[in-house]
Design a protein around this ligand. Structure first.
Ligand code: BV8
Ligand code: ZN
Length: 263
Protein backbone atom coordinates (compact mmCIF):
# COMPACT_ATOMS: atom_id res chain seq x y z
CA UNK A 1 0.00 0.00 0.00
CA UNK A 2 1.34 3.42 -0.88
CA UNK A 3 -0.94 6.38 -1.46
CA UNK A 4 -2.51 9.00 0.72
CA UNK A 5 -3.33 6.84 3.75
CA UNK A 6 0.27 5.77 4.30
CA UNK A 7 1.55 9.31 3.63
CA UNK A 8 -0.91 10.76 6.15
CA UNK A 9 -0.09 8.08 8.74
CA UNK A 10 3.62 8.74 8.15
CA UNK A 11 3.09 12.46 8.68
CA UNK A 12 1.24 11.81 11.96
CA UNK A 13 3.99 9.47 13.20
CA UNK A 14 6.79 11.85 12.23
CA UNK A 15 5.00 14.64 14.15
CA UNK A 16 4.47 12.49 17.26
CA UNK A 17 6.65 12.59 20.38
CA UNK A 18 4.67 10.38 22.82
CA UNK A 19 3.02 7.68 20.66
CA UNK A 20 1.24 4.63 22.03
CA UNK A 21 1.36 1.37 20.08
CA UNK A 22 -1.57 -0.88 21.11
CA UNK A 23 -1.44 -4.46 19.82
CA UNK A 24 -3.57 -7.58 19.59
CA UNK A 25 -3.25 -11.08 18.19
CA UNK A 26 -2.98 -9.86 14.59
CA UNK A 27 0.46 -8.46 15.48
CA UNK A 28 1.78 -12.01 15.82
CA UNK A 29 -0.28 -13.66 13.06
CA UNK A 30 2.53 -13.49 10.49
CA UNK A 31 4.82 -15.16 13.06
CA UNK A 32 2.53 -18.19 12.92
CA UNK A 33 0.80 -17.56 16.27
CA UNK A 34 -2.96 -18.15 15.69
CA UNK A 35 -5.28 -15.25 16.55
CA UNK A 36 -8.32 -15.78 18.78
CA UNK A 37 -10.46 -15.53 15.64
CA UNK A 38 -8.47 -18.27 13.87
CA UNK A 39 -9.89 -21.78 14.13
CA UNK A 40 -8.11 -23.81 16.76
CA UNK A 41 -6.26 -26.93 15.64
CA UNK A 42 -6.07 -30.53 16.81
CA UNK A 43 -7.77 -31.45 20.07
CA UNK A 44 -8.43 -27.76 20.77
CA UNK A 45 -10.74 -27.19 17.80
CA UNK A 46 -13.51 -28.67 19.95
CA UNK A 47 -13.20 -25.79 22.37
CA UNK A 48 -14.04 -22.08 22.27
CA UNK A 49 -10.94 -20.17 23.46
CA UNK A 50 -13.14 -17.90 25.54
CA UNK A 51 -14.40 -20.98 27.41
CA UNK A 52 -10.97 -22.49 27.92
CA UNK A 53 -9.51 -19.17 29.13
CA UNK A 54 -11.58 -19.10 32.33
CA UNK A 55 -11.05 -20.00 36.01
CA UNK A 56 -14.07 -22.32 35.76
CA UNK A 57 -12.48 -24.35 32.94
CA UNK A 58 -9.25 -24.70 34.93
CA UNK A 59 -11.15 -25.82 38.05
CA UNK A 60 -13.18 -28.29 35.99
CA UNK A 61 -10.23 -29.79 34.08
CA UNK A 62 -6.77 -28.42 35.02
CA UNK A 63 -4.96 -30.83 32.69
CA UNK A 64 -7.02 -29.76 29.67
CA UNK A 65 -6.41 -26.06 30.27
CA UNK A 66 -2.72 -26.47 31.24
CA UNK A 67 -2.21 -28.65 28.15
CA UNK A 68 -3.72 -25.91 25.96
CA UNK A 69 -1.41 -23.27 27.37
CA UNK A 70 1.62 -25.55 27.05
CA UNK A 71 0.70 -26.17 23.40
CA UNK A 72 0.45 -22.40 22.86
CA UNK A 73 3.77 -21.81 24.70
CA UNK A 74 5.49 -24.42 22.50
CA UNK A 75 4.02 -22.68 19.44
CA UNK A 76 5.38 -19.32 20.58
CA UNK A 77 8.81 -20.83 21.29
CA UNK A 78 8.91 -22.02 17.67
CA UNK A 79 7.78 -18.59 16.40
CA UNK A 80 9.97 -15.61 15.48
CA UNK A 81 9.23 -11.89 15.72
CA UNK A 82 8.04 -10.60 12.32
CA UNK A 83 8.99 -7.32 10.55
CA UNK A 84 6.01 -5.70 12.28
CA UNK A 85 7.46 -6.40 15.75
CA UNK A 86 10.80 -4.98 14.62
CA UNK A 87 9.15 -1.88 13.18
CA UNK A 88 7.50 -1.23 16.56
CA UNK A 89 10.95 -1.48 18.16
CA UNK A 90 12.27 0.96 15.51
CA UNK A 91 9.54 3.46 16.44
CA UNK A 92 10.47 3.17 20.13
CA UNK A 93 14.17 3.51 19.28
CA UNK A 94 13.42 6.71 17.36
CA UNK A 95 10.88 8.05 19.91
CA UNK A 96 11.97 6.88 23.40
CA UNK A 97 8.69 8.03 25.01
CA UNK A 98 6.79 5.45 22.95
CA UNK A 99 4.66 3.14 25.14
CA UNK A 100 3.82 -0.30 23.74
CA UNK A 101 0.65 -1.83 25.22
CA UNK A 102 -0.23 -5.41 24.31
CA UNK A 103 -3.09 -7.83 24.86
CA UNK A 104 -0.86 -10.65 23.62
CA UNK A 105 0.56 -13.28 25.97
CA UNK A 106 3.44 -14.23 23.63
CA UNK A 107 6.93 -12.77 24.13
CA UNK A 108 7.44 -11.61 20.53
CA UNK A 109 7.52 -7.89 21.33
CA UNK A 110 10.42 -8.49 23.72
CA UNK A 111 12.20 -10.77 21.22
CA UNK A 112 11.48 -8.15 18.53
CA UNK A 113 13.30 -5.41 20.47
CA UNK A 114 10.72 -3.87 22.82
CA UNK A 115 12.08 -4.70 26.29
CA UNK A 116 9.09 -3.85 28.47
CA UNK A 117 5.70 -3.71 26.82
CA UNK A 118 2.71 -3.02 29.11
CA UNK A 119 1.09 -6.47 29.38
CA UNK A 120 -2.67 -6.14 29.95
CA UNK A 121 -3.43 -9.87 29.81
CA UNK A 122 -0.29 -11.44 31.26
CA UNK A 123 2.22 -13.83 29.70
CA UNK A 124 2.67 -17.49 28.77
CA UNK A 125 6.05 -17.31 30.52
CA UNK A 126 4.98 -16.33 34.04
CA UNK A 127 3.26 -19.37 35.61
CA UNK A 128 2.23 -19.08 39.25
CA UNK A 129 0.45 -21.10 41.93
CA UNK A 130 -3.34 -21.06 41.52
CA UNK A 131 -3.72 -20.88 45.33
CA UNK A 132 -0.84 -18.90 46.88
CA UNK A 133 0.28 -17.08 43.70
CA UNK A 134 3.87 -18.12 44.28
CA UNK A 135 5.75 -17.75 40.98
CA UNK A 136 6.52 -21.16 39.45
CA UNK A 137 9.55 -22.00 37.34
CA UNK A 138 8.95 -21.80 33.60
CA UNK A 139 9.30 -25.40 32.49
CA UNK A 140 12.85 -25.53 31.25
CA UNK A 141 12.48 -29.04 29.99
CA UNK A 142 12.37 -27.41 26.62
CA UNK A 143 15.57 -27.38 24.58
CA UNK A 144 16.47 -24.01 23.02
CA UNK A 145 14.10 -22.81 20.30
CA UNK A 146 16.69 -23.71 17.69
CA UNK A 147 15.64 -27.27 18.16
CA UNK A 148 11.97 -26.97 19.07
CA UNK A 149 10.38 -30.08 20.55
CA UNK A 150 7.46 -31.94 19.01
CA UNK A 151 4.40 -29.79 19.54
CA UNK A 152 2.60 -30.82 22.69
CA UNK A 153 -1.05 -31.33 21.82
CA UNK A 154 -3.16 -32.77 24.63
CA UNK A 155 -4.11 -32.61 28.30
CA UNK A 156 -1.13 -32.25 30.64
CA UNK A 157 -1.23 -32.24 34.41
CA UNK A 158 -0.05 -28.87 35.73
CA UNK A 159 2.93 -29.03 38.04
CA UNK A 160 2.37 -28.66 41.79
CA UNK A 161 3.33 -25.45 43.60
CA UNK A 162 6.68 -25.79 45.39
CA UNK A 163 5.17 -23.99 48.36
CA UNK A 164 1.64 -25.23 48.99
CA UNK A 165 1.33 -28.07 46.49
CA UNK A 166 -1.69 -26.59 44.70
CA UNK A 167 -1.80 -26.72 40.87
CA UNK A 168 0.29 -24.14 39.00
CA UNK A 169 -1.70 -22.01 36.51
CA UNK A 170 -0.60 -19.93 33.50
CA UNK A 171 0.24 -16.28 34.32
CA UNK A 172 -2.46 -14.92 32.03
CA UNK A 173 -5.67 -12.96 32.74
CA UNK A 174 -8.70 -15.20 32.22
CA UNK A 175 -12.17 -13.98 31.25
CA UNK A 176 -13.94 -12.80 34.38
CA UNK A 177 -10.65 -11.95 36.07
CA UNK A 178 -9.44 -8.42 36.77
CA UNK A 179 -6.53 -7.06 34.75
CA UNK A 180 -3.32 -6.36 36.71
CA UNK A 181 -4.07 -2.89 38.11
CA UNK A 182 -0.50 -1.58 37.57
CA UNK A 183 -0.64 -2.50 33.88
CA UNK A 184 -4.14 -1.12 33.37
CA UNK A 185 -3.22 2.13 35.14
CA UNK A 186 -0.04 2.47 33.05
CA UNK A 187 -2.04 1.86 29.86
CA UNK A 188 -4.72 4.42 30.71
CA UNK A 189 -2.06 6.95 31.71
CA UNK A 190 -0.12 6.45 28.47
CA UNK A 191 -3.27 6.66 26.33
CA UNK A 192 -4.34 9.82 28.19
CA UNK A 193 -1.00 11.52 27.49
CA UNK A 194 -0.21 10.29 23.99
CA UNK A 195 -0.13 12.44 20.83
CA UNK A 196 -0.79 9.47 18.53
CA UNK A 197 -2.20 5.98 19.10
CA UNK A 198 -1.35 3.19 16.67
CA UNK A 199 -3.72 0.22 17.07
CA UNK A 200 -2.43 -2.95 15.40
CA UNK A 201 -4.13 -6.30 14.83
CA UNK A 202 -6.96 -6.14 17.32
CA UNK A 203 -10.69 -6.81 16.84
CA UNK A 204 -11.27 -4.49 19.83
CA UNK A 205 -13.96 -6.77 21.27
CA UNK A 206 -12.41 -7.64 24.65
CA UNK A 207 -12.85 -5.19 27.52
CA UNK A 208 -11.55 -3.20 29.26
CA UNK A 209 -8.54 -3.39 26.84
CA UNK A 210 -10.71 -2.26 23.91
CA UNK A 211 -11.31 1.05 25.69
CA UNK A 212 -7.64 2.11 25.50
CA UNK A 213 -7.87 3.54 21.94
CA UNK A 214 -11.11 5.31 22.95
CA UNK A 215 -9.29 7.03 25.84
CA UNK A 216 -6.72 8.46 23.42
CA UNK A 217 -9.31 9.51 20.82
CA UNK A 218 -11.51 11.01 23.52
CA UNK A 219 -8.64 13.32 24.48
CA UNK A 220 -8.02 14.40 20.88
CA UNK A 221 -5.08 12.18 19.91
CA UNK A 222 -5.19 10.88 16.31
CA UNK A 223 -5.67 7.11 16.02
CA UNK A 224 -4.16 5.09 13.18
CA UNK A 225 -5.34 1.49 12.71
CA UNK A 226 -3.47 -1.37 11.04
CA UNK A 227 -5.82 -4.26 10.26
CA UNK A 228 -6.69 -6.08 7.03
CA UNK A 229 -10.40 -5.80 7.87
CA UNK A 230 -12.71 -3.17 9.43
CA UNK A 231 -13.20 -3.21 13.22
CA UNK A 232 -15.37 -1.26 15.71
CA UNK A 233 -12.45 1.21 15.90
CA UNK A 234 -12.76 2.35 12.28
CA UNK A 235 -15.02 5.26 13.21
CA UNK A 236 -12.52 6.85 15.61
CA UNK A 237 -9.49 6.44 13.30
CA UNK A 238 -7.82 9.29 11.42
CA UNK A 239 -6.28 6.68 9.10
CA UNK A 240 -7.08 2.98 8.47
CA UNK A 241 -4.17 1.06 6.97
CA UNK A 242 -5.85 -2.05 5.51
CA UNK A 243 -3.14 -4.65 5.44
CA UNK A 244 -1.01 -7.04 7.50
CA UNK A 245 1.14 -5.61 10.31
CA UNK A 246 4.31 -7.24 8.96
CA UNK A 247 4.01 -5.15 5.78
CA UNK A 248 2.17 -2.03 6.96
CA UNK A 249 4.36 -1.18 9.96
CA UNK A 250 7.73 -1.22 8.14
CA UNK A 251 6.08 0.83 5.34
CA UNK A 252 4.75 3.28 7.95
CA UNK A 253 8.21 3.71 9.52
CA UNK A 254 9.68 4.38 6.07
CA UNK A 255 6.87 6.87 5.32
CA UNK A 256 7.59 8.73 8.59
CA UNK A 257 11.38 8.61 8.38
CA UNK A 258 12.53 7.85 4.82
CA UNK A 259 16.13 7.46 6.07
CA UNK A 260 15.12 5.09 8.88
CA UNK A 261 15.99 1.41 8.97
CA UNK A 262 12.52 -0.05 9.64
CA UNK A 263 14.03 -2.85 11.80
C1 BV8 B 1 -13.11 -8.60 33.45
C2 BV8 B 1 -5.39 -13.83 28.02
C3 BV8 B 1 -14.16 -8.23 35.52
C4 BV8 B 1 -5.75 -15.27 28.08
C5 BV8 B 1 -7.41 -12.63 27.30
C6 BV8 B 1 -17.77 -4.80 28.66
C7 BV8 B 1 -18.53 -5.11 27.57
C8 BV8 B 1 -18.66 -6.48 27.20
C9 BV8 B 1 -18.00 -7.50 27.89
C10 BV8 B 1 -17.24 -7.16 28.96
C11 BV8 B 1 -17.13 -5.83 29.35
N1 BV8 B 1 -16.32 -5.80 30.43
C12 BV8 B 1 -15.91 -7.07 30.73
C13 BV8 B 1 -16.47 -7.92 29.86
C14 BV8 B 1 -16.26 -9.37 29.87
C15 BV8 B 1 -14.97 -9.79 29.12
C16 BV8 B 1 -15.07 -9.40 27.67
O1 BV8 B 1 -14.55 -8.40 27.22
N2 BV8 B 1 -15.75 -10.27 26.91
C17 BV8 B 1 -15.85 -10.04 25.45
C18 BV8 B 1 -15.49 -11.30 24.73
C19 BV8 B 1 -17.22 -9.61 25.10
N3 BV8 B 1 -13.79 -9.19 29.73
C20 BV8 B 1 -13.21 -9.85 30.78
O2 BV8 B 1 -13.61 -10.90 31.22
C21 BV8 B 1 -12.01 -9.18 31.39
N4 BV8 B 1 -12.10 -9.22 32.83
O3 BV8 B 1 -13.93 -7.94 32.90
O4 BV8 B 1 -13.08 -8.82 34.79
C22 BV8 B 1 -13.62 -7.98 36.83
C23 BV8 B 1 -13.30 -6.70 37.15
C24 BV8 B 1 -12.84 -6.44 38.44
C25 BV8 B 1 -12.71 -7.50 39.35
C26 BV8 B 1 -13.00 -8.80 38.97
C27 BV8 B 1 -13.43 -9.06 37.68
C28 BV8 B 1 -10.70 -9.97 31.06
C29 BV8 B 1 -10.46 -10.02 29.61
C30 BV8 B 1 -9.09 -10.68 29.32
C31 BV8 B 1 -9.23 -12.12 28.91
N5 BV8 B 1 -7.93 -12.68 28.52
N6 BV8 B 1 -6.17 -13.14 27.00
C32 BV8 B 1 -5.33 -16.04 26.85
O5 BV8 B 1 -4.73 -15.45 25.94
O6 BV8 B 1 -5.60 -17.25 26.82
S1 BV8 B 1 -8.33 -11.85 26.06
C33 BV8 B 1 -7.62 -12.41 24.56
O7 BV8 B 1 -8.63 -12.28 23.60
C34 BV8 B 1 -6.47 -11.60 24.02
O8 BV8 B 1 -5.57 -11.20 25.02
C35 BV8 B 1 -7.19 -10.43 23.36
O9 BV8 B 1 -7.49 -9.43 24.29
C36 BV8 B 1 -8.48 -11.07 22.90
C37 BV8 B 1 -8.41 -11.39 21.43
O10 BV8 B 1 -8.57 -10.17 20.76
P1 BV8 B 1 -7.47 -9.71 19.68
O11 BV8 B 1 -6.12 -9.72 20.28
O12 BV8 B 1 -7.99 -8.47 19.11
O13 BV8 B 1 -7.48 -10.91 18.63
P2 BV8 B 1 -8.65 -11.40 17.67
O14 BV8 B 1 -8.29 -12.77 17.28
O15 BV8 B 1 -9.98 -11.13 18.28
O16 BV8 B 1 -8.54 -10.42 16.40
C38 BV8 B 1 -7.37 -10.42 15.65
C39 BV8 B 1 -7.45 -9.18 14.76
O17 BV8 B 1 -6.24 -9.11 14.02
C40 BV8 B 1 -8.59 -9.25 13.75
O18 BV8 B 1 -9.24 -7.99 13.70
C41 BV8 B 1 -7.88 -9.55 12.43
O19 BV8 B 1 -8.53 -8.94 11.33
C42 BV8 B 1 -6.53 -8.91 12.66
N7 BV8 B 1 -5.43 -9.52 11.90
C43 BV8 B 1 -5.29 -10.80 11.49
N8 BV8 B 1 -4.09 -10.95 10.86
C44 BV8 B 1 -3.46 -9.75 10.90
C45 BV8 B 1 -4.32 -8.83 11.58
N9 BV8 B 1 -3.98 -7.55 11.80
C46 BV8 B 1 -2.76 -7.15 11.33
N10 BV8 B 1 -1.89 -7.97 10.69
C47 BV8 B 1 -2.20 -9.26 10.44
N11 BV8 B 1 -1.33 -10.03 9.81
ZN1 ZN C 1 1.07 -22.36 46.18
Amino acid sequence: MTGPELAEAGRLLAAARRPVVFTGAGMSAESGVPTFRDAQTGLWQRYDPQELATPAAFRADPALVWGWYEARRHGVLRARPNPGHRAVAAIQARLPETVVITQNVDDLHERGGVPAPVRLHGSLFAPRCSACARPAPVLSDLPPPSDPPEPHDGPLDPPACGGCGAPVRPGVVWFGEALPSAALDAAVEAASGCDLLLTVGTSALVHPAAEIPLVAAGLGAPVVQVNPVPTPLDAICAVNLRGPAGEMLPALVRAAWPDADAG
